[in-house]
Design a protein around this ligand. Structure first.
Ligand SMILES: C[S@@+](CC[C@H](N)C(=O)[O-])C[C@H]1O[C@@H](n2cnc3c(N)ncnc32)[C@H](O)[C@@H]1O
Length: 190
């Protein structure tokens, strides 16, 4: 990311008020879908309201953002989160190798990261994504094309997939790992 872009994010986070811990948008009203606990990763966490909420639910949380101002706000909210300053243009940081029981990424879209999300999810882990979408809105470089999330994560089991009003949401879980000694999955007869 260019220095000017990071400074622009810092400025936005400076004027924004302190947030309160809050669940991911996609899970509001369906918090029961959350894994019971474990390790969580919040990608492009902003001022950390989601990361803080997860930490208070008992998750061990890593939260990544490029803005030191955002991370400082997050640290003031919840010191138990591991706040990680990194530019996601270079991919997930090396020390975010997982495995994670939950990955949240909302209001940030970088399709180059999609394979990395799958790679660091634990067996049975949950992915919760909300991105801007072209659907019911203008096309643009920051917006997902129709079906983008479903196609990118076709190998996961979809819990919820919604597109409309300029947003796309995916909640999906990795298939559990086969137990040692369990029989191989029979071929699909179709
Ligand atoms: C719209 S905010 C969303 C913040 C948070 N996920 C939320 O839902 O409130 C987008 C965030 O992405 C961060 N960001 C943008 N580009 C980034 C990059 N290349 N690497 C890391 N963080 C980035 C910004 O600093 C900002 O906090």
């Amino acid at each position: 990311m260019a220095v000017a872009d990071r400074e622009r994010w810092d400025a936005r986070h400076t004027v924004a008020g302190a947030g309160a811990p809050a669940p991911p948008d996609a899970l509001r009203g369906r918090e029961h879908l959350l894994p019971a606990g474990g390790r969580a990763l919040d990608v492009a966490c902003g001022r950390g309201t989601v990361a803080a909420w997860l930490a208070r639910r008992g998750f061990v949380v890593d939260a990544v953002d490029v803005s030191p101002v955002a991370l400082a706000a997050g640290a003031a909210l919840e010191p138990r989160v591991r706040w990680i300053l990194a530019d996601l243009d270079a991919g997930l940081p090396a020390d975010c190798a997982g495995p994670y029981d939950l990955i949240v990424c909302q209001r940030f879209r970088d399709p180059r990261l999609y394979p990395a999300f799958t790679a660091v999810l634990a067996p049975g882990g949950m992915l919760v994504l909300t991105v801007l979408s072209e659907i019911d809105d203008e096309p643009g470089p920051f917006r997902a094309v129709p079906g983008e999330l479903a196609a990118a994560f076709a190998g996961l089991d979809v819990v919820a997939h919604e597109e409309g009003d300029g947003a796309a949401t995916l909640i999906a879980v990795t298939p559990p790992a086969a137990a040692p000694g369990s029989p191989p999955t029979p071929p699909d007869p179709s």
